[in-house]
Design a protein around this ligand. Structure first.
Ligand code: PGA
Length: 254
């Protein structure tokens, strides 16, 4: 049985005070309302990670993650943040390859493979994002694109390392658009990704890896999405910025 994860990617939103307030609200609501076995992950901006990680220690179900990291552990990289710093801030997870970073920061699968290594080397768990654009889907290339993203970013890892990874399938056309992939479309891609894992790592390992769906997840579509056999929770953007909608999505995973 895979423990589901619902992660809130706050992106470049919330000031310090708002971030603390949202965290306290989510902690309280998860404590009062969530009985099922689910992991809740808050992914705020870097400079709030320390304080928010400390607040989440009050809850056994809630932990934190970072939105990105550098490939190196330290050095002359002005403006960058290392996985070692993120681990020291109390995080458990770190995103790698969110489509906004692939698009705006030119992150390639090869760079992301190095980021995944840095994340694992610092005892964090990567949430490795993949997903096709609308153009790629319309051209029927989505399986090729997702296959390359997964293989080139992750398949250099050992059995032990891949077991520490979480994968997030986020069709770019569904992110922030209000258009969610249909349950069947999402399940089809999740099953495809799990099959790639079976081919490379075998059934036993593939069946333990969590694959999250992201892209306009809302309280009213979460339950159906998360009940699919290969969908193990969600990576939530817009709806994670408000405690009620986020915790209602968490309920969909229970
Ligand atoms: P969204 O974002 O839920 O606002 O579509 C998801 C994401 O980018 O992770």
């Amino acid at each position: 049985m895979r423990t589901k994860i619902v992660a809130g990617n706050w992106k470049m939103n919330k000031n310090f005070h708002e971030g603390l307030e949202l965290t306290s609200e989510i902690n309280g609501m998860v404590n009062d309302e969530i009985n099922g076995n689910v992991e809740v992950v808050l992914i705020p901006t870097f400079i709030h990670l320390n304080a928010i990680s400390q607040l989440t220690q009050a809850s056994s179900k809630v932990s934190t993650g970072a939105q990105n990291c550098h490939t190196e552990t330290s050095g002359a990289y002005t403006g960058e943040i290392s996985a070692a710093m993120i681990a020291a801030a109390g995080c458990k997870y770190c995103l790698a390859g969110h489509s906004e970073r692939r698009l705006y920061n030119n992150e390639t699968n090869a760079i992301l493979a190095k980021k995944v290594d840095a994340i694992l080397a610092n005892n964090l768990m990567p949430i490795y994002c993949c997903g096709e654009t609308l153009e790629e889907r319309n051209a029927g290339k989505h399986f090729d694109i997702i296959g390359s993203q997964v293989k080139e970013g992750l398949f250099h890892l050992s059995n032990e390392q891949i077991l520490k990874c979480v994968i997030a399938y986020e069709p770019v056309w569904a992110i922030g658009t209000g258009v969610t992939a249909s349950t069947a479309q999402a399940q089809e891609v999740h099953a495809f990704i799990r099959n790639l894992l079976v081919e490379k790592y075998g059934n036993d390992i593939a069946s333990q890896i969590r694959i999250l769906y992201g892209g306009s997840v809302k309280p009213d579509n979460a339950t159906e999405l998360f009940s699919q056999p290969d969908i193990d929770g969600g990576l939530v953007g817009g709806a994670a910025l408000q405690s009620r909608s986020f915790v209602d999505i968490v309920k969909g995973a229970c």
